[in-house]
Ligand binder design. Structure first.
Ligand SMILES: [Zn+2]
Length: 294
């Protein structure tokens, strides 16, 4: 069973510990360029362990909203290289290396993606910080790397990491370019299945097989959702084609700033209302609320 609970009551910062149960907090639920609900990055907390899945350009601000900073988070998991997911990583790296006391947070990352993440995205702002010492820095100067193990699960190639009590099954998604016909043709992008209980799609085009398959085991699912057709995310319209039993377990996130004005995105010909509760989903994912699983 699970509950949705308030956090930061009386202005207190969010605790990065729980009494042993699994807690998921979306520090943002909006789309890449949304301005109203920050970007879709989420904290997974259980016992003494926590992981921040993605930290986009607004990630440090979203942490600040709940009384935290990039120096409080001790473990990160980047799902892919779009800026709404890794745009906050320069702040993570520089604040932790040069802040007092210096820290080296953990980074859960696959070998292949580590090289891309560093060489194509993060190295530009961080590599030459210590040029005077005569050495270019590497990702491993900023993070302690944790490597997930490959496994075959749910009919696809996956990776798994047990981080304290938190089990993260990492699945590859078909996100971009939009011409990619399968995950192998796509750039690296991933979703996660947490403790075989909570499924988070990650950024993905509509890939009905995934939600249908994971819905058998998941207690709750979170699916990314865009409010128009085309592009590199699953659209509301496409998600409406999922069976009722799957939608009944599903919250929607990664939505544009006009989510609450369905008259701007639901067409007369659509056979849905634009209110996810009425349309058979669990609703829009709530920002800055705790989803507590017992
Ligand atoms: Zn993306």
């Amino acid at each position: 069973m699970y509950e949705v609970n308030k956090i930061c009551e009386q202005g207190k910062p969010l605790s990065l510990k729980t009494d042993g149960h699994l807690r998921v907090v979306f520090i943002g639920v909006g789309s890449a360029f949304g301005k109203r609900r920050r970007q879709s990055n989420m904290l997974v907390i259980q016992g003494d362990h926590h992981v921040l899945i993605d930290c986009g350009t607004q990630g440090p601000l979203a942490l600040n909203d709940i009384g935290l900073s990039v120096q409080d988070v001790s473990c990160y998991l980047p799902t892919h290289s779009h800026a709404d997911h890794i745009g906050g990583f320069e702040e993570i790296m520089l604040m932790n290396r040069y802040g007092q006391p210096p820290r080296q947070p953990k980074l859960i990352v696959l070998r292949d993606y580590q090289d891309l993440l560093w060489s194509k995205s993060l190295s530009g702002g961080a590599e030459y910080c210590e040029a005077a010492q005569g050495r270019s820095l590497q990702l491993t100067d900023f993070f302690n790397i944790i490597r997930p193990n490959p496994i075959e699960a749910y009919g696809r190639k996956c990776w798994v990491i047990q981080y304290g009590p938190i089990e993260l099954l990492i699945t590859r998604t078909r996100h971009f370019p939009d011409s990619a016909l399968n995950v192998d043709e796509s750039q690296w992008c991933s979703g996660v299945f947490i403790n075989k209980k909570v499924w988070i799609s990650g950024d993905t085009m509509f890939d009905w097989e995934y939600p249908e398959r994971f819905s058998e085991e998941a207690e709750v699912m979170f699916h990314d959702c865009q409010l128009f057709q085309g592009g590199v995310h699953a659209s509301y319209q496409e998600l409406m084609t999922l069976p009722k039993e799957v939608r009944q377990k599903m919250y929607l996130y990664h939505f544009g700033d006009n989510w609450d004005a369905p008259e701007t995105w639901v067409k007369n010909t659509d056979k849905f209302t634009g209110d996810p509760l009425q349309d058979g989903f669990l609703g829009w994912t709530q920002q800055q609320m705790a989803y507590d699983f017992y």
